[in-house]
Ligand binder design. Structure first.
Ligand SMILES: NC(=O)c1ccc[n+]([C@@H]2O[C@H](COP(=O)([O-])OP(=O)(O)OC[C@H]3O[C@@H](n4cnc5c(N)ncnc54)[C@H](O)[C@@H]3O)[C@@H](O)[C@H]2O)c1
Length: 368
């Protein structure tokens, strides 16, 4: 067995201390990683990080983590505008990097990061990791087999009423498209490949918010309807906002010439899928293969890629394309012009999904 991957965290807020540490603890218990260092600009987090999270080194400067000889992989879990520069610095120092979404908030910064990653020794894994979910991959297998025929329309949705922490979510460089709609754009392009054209409507539905106990002015659009053109008269839509109180119904609907697939739950937390085929004439309900699949799975994937030498399925090229689509949607909403998308990428291709029996045998009770 290889040595445990030594992980350093940059940003110790909500997702680091909750979902990422939950997976990191499991990997730590199995001897696959060590959690060696963490950094947050808020120095008062030190005792929490050391005493409650069990991470021995703490700093208020990300440079200390990205240059540390004790760190093999850096997880960039800060507010979004910080992602690009910290991910780049970590790659430059020879580290593997997992960066939360988006990879950067400007296309120029993301282009530099992408270019640099091609010659860097470390892997660059860019969230969201939706293509790793068993439900995503099961749907992908149906699409590739032609079970619903030629794709004509796709509809995706993810939203909620919005965070009450982190004012940066509502400032320029934040907003629900980067935070939430990014999952939908990643899912649709993960199945169907690059988008050719984008147009959108967006606006600020809630002009002020109370965040971290203070009333603030909302600067970033908080409400979006986006249209995607995949070519060959195949169109997609993404509905996202910090403007949705609740919903019931599929996160994603895919309409093909011979059938329909609906992903239930959300694409970051799927709850199985429903398949209609004209040839069968009935809805086929598929329970989720792994209801405990964590949306932080990119961390486990990174560990596996380092251990096995395999290339990541979550690619920086895909994340760059998704960022171009999102920025084009924001621009299109502002001036009413449809935008042509120039970047491209190759969607991931997966091994055949395991049978339900194999998934059952793989079941690890320690994760329950
Ligand atoms: N909150 C969610 O449910 C959620 C889910 C998935 C992904 N994400 C993504 O995870 C990231 C973090 O989200 P969050 O909700 O944890 O935010 P948060 O505001 O709770 O945490 C961010 C932390 O980063 C720290 N930070 C900011 N700049 C820094 C810097 N230069 N160096 C070191 N630390 C710095 C902040 O002090 C804060 O503690 C975002 O990119 C977000 O899009 C969030």
């Amino acid at each position: 067995m290889s040595n445990p991957l030594r992980v350093g965290f940059v940003g110790c807020g909500s997702v680091m201390s909750g979902p990422y540490m939950s997976l990191a603890r499991q990997l730590r218990e199995r001897g696959r990683i060590e959690t060696v260092a963490a950094c947050d600009v808020v120095g008062s987090k030190e005792s929490f990080v050391r005493d409650e999270l069990g991470i021995p080194k703490f700093s208020t400067s990300y440079e200390d983590v990205v240059t540390s000889p004790d760190v093999d992989a850096v997880l960039v879990l800060t507010s979004m505008p910080e992602h690009g520069k910290i991910a780049r610095a970590a790659l430059e120092n020879g580290k593997h990097v997992l960066v939360e979404k988006p990879m950067a908030t400007t296309l120029a910064e993301a282009a530099e990061l992408l270019e640099f990653s091609k010659s860097a020794p470390g892997h660059l894994i860019c969230a969201p990791h939706v293509v790793l979910s068993p439900t995503f991959q099961a749907i992908d297998a149906h699409l590739k087999r032609g079970d619903v025929g030629r794709p004509h329309l796709a509809r995706a949705r993810y939203g909620w009423s919005g965070p009450w922490w982190g004012q940066w979510f509502y400032k320029s460089g934040g907003g629900p498209l980067f935070d939430l709609g990014v999952y939908n754009v990643t899912s649709l392009t993960g199945w169907f490949g690059p988008v050719r054209r984008v147009t959108a409507m967006a606006g600020i539905a809630n002009a002020t918010r109370v965040v971290d106990g203070e009333e603030m002015k909302v600067e970033a659009e908080d409400n979006f309807q986006i249209l995607l053109d995949f070519g060959n008269a195949f169109f997609g839509s993404v509905t996202t906002g910090f403007t949705m109180q609740q919903y019931r119904g599929p996160a994603i609907e895919l309409y093909g010439s011979d059938g329909t697939i609906q992903m239930m739950g959300d694409d970051w937390a799927p709850a199985g899928y429903e398949l209609w085929q004209n040839s069968v004439g009935a809805w086929q309900i598929h329970a989720d293969r792994d209801p405990r699949w964590p949306w932080t799975d990119g961390l486990q994937h990174l560990v596996e890629c380092v251990e096995t030498g395999r290339s990541p399925l979550v690619t920086a090229e895909h994340a760059f394309h998704v960022l171009e689509v999102m920025l084009a949607a924001i621009d299109a909403a502002r001036d009413g012009q449809t935008r042509t998308i120039t970047s491209t990428f190759t969607p991931p291709s997966f091994a055949a999904p395991e049978s339900e029996e194999a998934a059952h045998l793989r079941h690890d009770p320690s994760r329950d």
